[in-house]
Design a protein around this ligand. Sequence first.
Ligand code: ADP
Ligand code: MG
Length: 227
Amino acid sequence: MTSLVELRGVSRVYPATRPVTALHPTDLTVRAGEWVAITGRSGSGKSTLLQILGLLDRPTSGSYLLDGADVSGLSDRARTKLRSSRIGFVFQSFHLMAHRSALENVTVALLYHGCPRRQRIARAAEALDRVGLADRTGAMPTTMSGGERQRVAVARALSIHPQLLLADEPTGNLDSATAEEVLSLFVRLNDEGQTVLMVTHDEQVAARAGRRVEITDGTLHEVTADA
Ligand code: ADP
Ligand code: MG
């Protein structure tokens, strides 16, 4: 079976007077349906790795195979197009448009995805229903709780039926009860077959993932269950 994600010797160096090696050459294989938690201290390279996986950034060296196709050499334009069709991204701070309804926030992702206008509203409503917000489609983010806002962001990510759902500290801005609500949503999505890669520094969150990798100063290693 083909791996969904395969990194071969992927590194990322941020150029500067003193260049920063945020990610040393890294190998990582993720199969469809896995849920991988990425843990590590602040500044260890977690977001850098996730941004490469999410086609928001490109490796300095090495190759990235997504669903068997090498995407490391794509132009910015091709990468953006691929991202909007394959990748769902959830951020710590939600990144919603404050003055647009929940439904409109989701339809925008479908617009970039190339979904015909007639279908956008139905698909956005379906995604909001999946995250338990069927009765909040007209609500503005400013009137929603943190947990609801994050669920809108998850609905936006899911609306395109992404191959890969990526989340960078999705519970980092939530209190523990609300974090649990968002976490149980990820559990359900993964049970339904969604591949998830999630950055977290929360042990409880990491413990729910099927697999865990840790980054220390830009170097990745697999964490086994009893370690
Ligand atoms: P984490 O998400 O684990 O906190 P990051 O991936 O954000 O870590 O950062 C890893 C390292 O790369 C840090 O030393 C950080 O300061 C540096 N870094 C991140 N983004 C940039 C950037 N755009 N330019 C220069 N250095 C960066
Ligand atoms: Mg980070």
